[in-house]
Design a protein around this ligand. Sequence first.
Ligand code: HEM
Length: 344
Amino acid sequence: MRDISENDRAIQRWLQVCLVLVFAMIILGGVTRLTDSGLSMVTWHPTGMLPPLDTKQWLVEFERYQQYPEFQKLNSDMTLDGFKSIYWFEYSHRMLGRLIGVVFLLPFIYFWLRKMIKPGLTPRLMIMFVLGGLQGLLGWYMVKSGLVSNPHVSQYRLSAHLLSAILIYGFILWTIFNLVTTREYRRLAESSVAGWRKLSLGLVILVLITIVSGGFVAGLKAGLIFNTFPLMGGKLIPEGIGALSPWYLNPLENMVTVQFNHRWLAMITGIILIIWYIRGRSHFEATMLQRSFKLVGMMIIIQLALGIATLLMQVPVLLGALHQAGALLLFSALLFNLHALSRV
Ligand code: HEM
């Protein structure tokens, strides 16, 4: 049974649409990376919208790309048709970003003019909009890191871009949860859930750290080596794990260490979340809480399976994208769990 005003319901629906678009944006960004399309557009015009419309314009765009090391060092045999196929991914990613801006801004102005936004929510929505704009800027900062003599996007900037996208997604999701007050949330004595709530917040942070470690694997293309599980090169602790000097560069720049860290951090996260699910389900009776623990349990199993399959099959585009979507859904399940625990 829901307890929500008409205005809040309209705002909730609008934010849900934005959330779905942000979800799609993150996955499309992943596909752009997985298909090596991310460096095809070598300029950034925040207000420019149109793609090349005729052969002449395509040739101009292709010639621009040819000035950059990715073409010169990796793709020198690329044809115009090959260029078009990578261009469309990057173009769609950028256009979807702009579409989200419009889908966010126009209804926001409408709701604001009609005074439909409840007190306290307007600043939150404005922050969301600004963060979305900054995300575009960070995206271009990331792309620029690959338009240099070594044509690979920096794993630091890629992880930062991924993390900030996921935080924006989480911010919208949390705001939606806040709008839906369900009567099913059961009142429990504050002290009996305080510990659960703190642990739940800790788990959200743990999953975010695992996600960032995944960003490093993606950024360094470290999923293309050691495609076996659980051993790496026949060993539990693979050779080359501490090859870089000074030592602290290894978890950031050594492909072997980065992959090792991600797979084992994910497994530890997985074990903790499965215990969390088992304990939570037997401890709480409220439907909403039961549901949230079930979702966490289901998503972690799916995500671990997707991660292992992605690794074993050497990162095919579909599995890479599904693994990224799985990370987002796991994060969503945990936020739902934290929110449900914050309401009891
Ligand atoms: C809690 C569980 C896990 C989470 C939250 C998680 C999250 C992520 C994220 C966010 C990425 C980056 C995706 C991108 O930017 O496109 C990634 C990449 C990757 N993960 Fe995981 N992961 C988990 C478990 C695993 C496991 C168990 C394995 C394998 C043993 C694994 C293997 C990989 C590989 C190979 C990549 C690189 C894929 C690529 O290049 O696109 N992951 N992970």
